[in-house]
Write a protein that binds this ligand. Structure first.
Ligand code: NDP
Length: 260
C-alpha cells in the first residue's frame, strides 16, 4: 500500500476527516497523512486538531486544522468553502464524527434522539454532498462513513445510536449507487468496541464484560485497526469496492454462541 507508485498517485490528494482530532478520527488522519495525502483535521475540538496537525507535520506529513461542527449546516458549508479556497479539491471524505447517547427504547428522550440523528446522519449527508461536488470535478473520490456494529445488531440502550448507524449504512448505499458513475466510491466501516475517549466515557463495567464475552478475539480494538481499513478503502487499491459495510470487530458480527 505504501509503495512509491501509490505515493505519487496520492501526493496531490486532499482528505477531510470529520472528528479527525481524537480517538479513531485521529488515527485515520495520521494514517492518511502517512500515505502522502493532505489531511484537513476537521473537528469541534480545535486545540486537539492543532496538536495533531503539529504531530503529523513532525512526521513529514501535510495537514491543517479545520473548525467544523457537523451538527451545524452553516459550519459544514464554511468548512468546505475553506477547503475549496485553499486546495480547490477534496478527494477523500471520512465521515467519522459521531456521538453516542445511551438510553433505553422506552425512556429515550426526544432531545437525545434528535441530537444523535443530526450529528451521526444529517452531518454525514451534508458533508457528503459538498465533498461529492468537489470530487466530481476530477472524476475520482472516496467516501468512508464510520458506522458501527450497533448499526447492524441491536444493543441495549442503542435506540438513538444504533438507529443512526443503521441509517448511515442506508446513506452509504445511496451515495454508492448515485456517485458510482462519477468515479466516487462510498463504503461504511463498522467498528466493534474500540478504546477511545468515547468508550472511556460511555462503556460501563458491565458493557466491557459483555464485550469480553461476545467478541471472539476477547479484546477491544485499537483506533489504528480502524484507520488501516479506512486508509485501504481510500486508496487506489479499493477501486471496485463500493456500497459495502466492512466490519472491523474482532469477529463480533460473525459470532453465535461462544461457549459449549
Ligand atoms: P471520540 O468521541 O473519541 O472522538 C470523536 C471526535 O469527534 C472528537 O474529537 C469530538 O470532539 C468530535 N466531534 C464530536 N461531535 C462533533 C461534531 N458535531 N462536529 C465535529 N466533530 C465532532 O469518538 P470515537 O473515536 O470513539 O468514535 C469515532 C467514530 O467511530 C464515531 O462515529 C463513533 O460512533 C464510531 N464508533 C466508535 C466505536 C468505539 O468503540 N469507539 C465503535 C463503533 C463506532 P469533542 O471531543 O470536542 O466532542
Amino acid at each position: 500500500m505504501k509503495d512509491s507508485s501509490l505515493k505519487s498517485a496520492t501526493q496531490a490528494r486532499v482528505a477531510v476527516v470529520t472528528g479527525g482530532a481524537n480517538g479513531i478520527g485521529a488515527a485515520i488522519s495520521s494514517c492518511l497523512a502517512a500515505d502522502g495525502i493532505t489531511v484537513a483535521v476537521a473537528d469541534l475540538d480545535l486545540d486537539a486538531a492543532q496538536a495533531l496537525v503539529l504531530d503529523i507535520r513532525k512526521q513529514g506529513g501535510n495537514a491543517f486544522a479545520l473548525p467544523l461542527d457537523v451538527s451545524d449546516a452553516g459550519s459544514i458549508k464554511h468548512a468546505f468553502d475553506t477547503v475549496e479556497r485553499a486546495h480547490a479539491r477534496c478527494d477523500i471524505l471520512v465521515n467519522n464524527a459521531g456521538i453516542a447517547g445511551v438510553a433505553s427504547f422506552v425512556e429515550c428522550p426526544l432531545e437525545i434522539w434528535e441530537r444523535v440523528q443530526k450529528v451521526n446522519v444529517t452531518g454525514p449527508m451534508l458533508c457528503g454532498q459538498y465533498a461529492a461536488r468537489l470530487m466530481a470535478r476530477h472524476g475520482w473520490g472516496r467516501i468512508v462513513n464510520i458506522g458501527s456494529i450497533s448499526g447492524v445488531r441491536a444493543g441495549t440502550g442503542r435506540t438513538a445510536y444504533g438507529t443512526s448507524k443503521a441509517a448511515l449504512i442506508g446513506l452509504t448505499r445511496q451515495m454508492a449507487i448515485e456517485l458510482a458513475e462519477q468515479g466516487i466510491t462510498a463504503n461504511c466501516v463498522a467498528p466493534g468496541p474500540i478504546q477511545t475517549p468515547l468508550t472511556h466515557a460511555h462503556h460501563s463495567a458491565e458493557t466491557r464484560e459483555s464485550y469480553r464475552r461476545t467478541v471472539p478475539m476477547r479484546r477491544y480494538g485499537t483506533p489504528r485497526e480502524i484507520a488501516e481499513m479506512t486508509a485501504f478503502l481510500c486508496s487506489v487499491h479499493a477501486s471496485y469496492i463500493t456500497g459495502q459495510v466492512l466490519a472491523v470487530d474482532g469477529g463480533f458480527l460473525a459470532a453465535g454462541i461462544l461457549e459449549v
